[in-house]
Design a protein around this ligand. Structure first.
Ligand SMILES: Nc1nc2c(ncn2[C@@H]2O[C@H](COP(=O)(O)OP(=O)(O)OP(=O)(O)O)[C@@H](O)[C@H]2O)c(=O)[nH]1
Ligand SMILES: [Mg+2]
Ligand SMILES: [Zn+2]
Length: 398
């Protein structure tokens, strides 16, 4: 076995091991907890006052005053928040409006008045009680108190209009927020190196839908594909569901114009395994980014598999922004009720009315309309396989 192949194998095995760990944890996910999780996973929809529930993170001692400020400032809001509205909220306070571009431990980098400054996060800001395990994410709008030496202090995290979050791996009641205030998710997969992992693409898409985000799929490293028909077989089921699919080669330049059109004017978070080419794609979209990409660091250090180690917010010259993330292997479907899974497979949901048994699980029952549709090619075999695998995984934990 070549060294490269061995390395890929090892990487895949690691991925599977962590998948096993995840299944183990799922078993703690008792039926009684399911209902709670489902509540946790309500999309981030603002209430009548335009507030996104559980989004207010602030020092306890100042809670009342700040609540009043925020309530006042958001009274006029409709369903969405935009820059002007965040600015209004900031104007009501002695602080400056900042946009978080990078997050570290107890620190972040925020863009304030067009300048990126390092900010400490006020110690009294706590994640507890917010439903999240982390206080801040890239893309958050924050109130910043300027300190000397072009440093700042994050005083408050403003309500989010949207976010990409996943169930926390250790405490499934809680979510980890990966990126805040985004319009859409771009799922990036590579055809080879690492080999395309179809189930993971589905998991990301489900994750996006549960977060109320639109999503598209980017199949990168298409230059490594031997057969166009194989690629089409992956792209078509998504196309049919209205999910845009971009076929790209970040290194050869193919498909970049179409991708650029998709990113223009919107705020997009990228997600995909390490090494699929997220940073290379962004460099192709806007060469000025000069993001670090694979090879260099892998040669330097065998440990550092992730080339991108921190999520980073990057404004696009053509309008809009992107958030580059380190490889995300787990979108955390914990808390999804197995019976709800079918709603994320509309092509399956369309035919289940014709199954012989009305409690058909579509796995092994005779007279299953889903299996018939797979046999006659109306449903892609791999989509069906993913559904069955995910269903088993979710039922194991229920
Ligand atoms: N053949 C081929 N190689 C590519 C393509 N896109 C990226 N690569 C290579 O894939 C490797 C990994 O690319 P990165 O952009 O660092 O991958 P990433 O998704 O950002 O990885 P992380 O930052 O670790 O999450 C680099 O060596 C790139 O040159 C492509 O379209 N075709
Ligand atoms: Mg990267
Ligand atoms: Zn069936």
């Amino acid at each position: 076995m070549s060294k490269k192949r061995k390395e890929i194998r090892q990487q895949q095995r690691k991925a599977w091991d962590s998948e096993k760990g995840r299944r183990k944890k799922l078993r703690h996910n008792t039926a009684a907890n399911q209902a709670k999780h489902r509540l946790d996973w309500q999309p981030l929809v603002p209430n009548e006052e335009g507030q996104v529930a559980d989004q207010r993170i602030m020092p306890r001692d100042e809670r009342d005053r700040r609540e009043a400020v925020i309530e006042q400032a958001t009274a006029a809001l409709q369903a969405t928040l935009d820059e002007a509205q965040w600015q209004n909220m900031a104007d009501e306070t002695p602080f400056l409006l900042g946009k978080v571009v990078e997050v570290g431990r107890g620190l972040c980098r925020a863009e304030v008045n067009g300048e990126a400054i390092v900010c400490d996060v006020r110690g009294t800001l706590i994640a507890e009680g917010t439903g999240y395990t982390n206080i801040l994410a890239v893309g958050d709008r924050v109130l910043v108190q300027p300190l000397s030496g072009s440093r700042g202090l994050v005083e408050q995290v403003l309500p989010r209009r949207s976010g990409l979050a996943r169930a926390d791996a250790y405490d499934v009641h809680l979510k980890q927020i990966i990126a805040a205030n985004v319009d859409q998710l771009l799922v990036v997969a590579s055809w080879l190196e690492p080999k395309i992992w179809l189930q993971l693409i589905d998991e990301y898409l489900i994750g996006a839908a549960r977060n109320g985000l639109k999503a598209a799929v980017c199949l990168n490293k298409i230059d490594l594909a031997k057969s166009a028909a194989d690629v089409a077989a992956v792209a078509e089921p998504y196309h049919a569901l209205g999910i845009p699919v971009f076929l790209t080669s970040a290194t050869e330049g193919g498909g970049i114009d179409a991708l650029r059109d998709y990113l223009r004017g919107r705020s997009t978070v990228l997600a995909g395994l390490s090494g699929v080419g997220k940073s290379t794609l962004l460099n192709a979209v806007q060469p000025g980014f000069q993001l670090r990409t694979g090879e260099v660091s892998r040669l330097k250090s065998r440990e550092g598999r992730h080339t991108t180690t921190q999520a980073i917010f990057l404004p696009l010259e053509m309008g809009g922004s992107v958030i580059d993330t380190p490889g995300i292997k787990d979108m955390g479907l914990l808390g999804l009720h197995p019976d709800d899974l079918i709603s994320f497979y509309p092509e399956l949901a369309d035919v289940i009315g014709y199954c012989g048994f009305n409690n058909c699980t579509h796995a092994h029952e005779p007279g299953c309309a889903v299996k018939d549709a797979v046999d006659n090619g109306r449903i892609a075999q791999w989509r069906y396989d993913n559904y069955v695998n995910l269903y088993d995984m979710l039922t194991e934990g229920a």
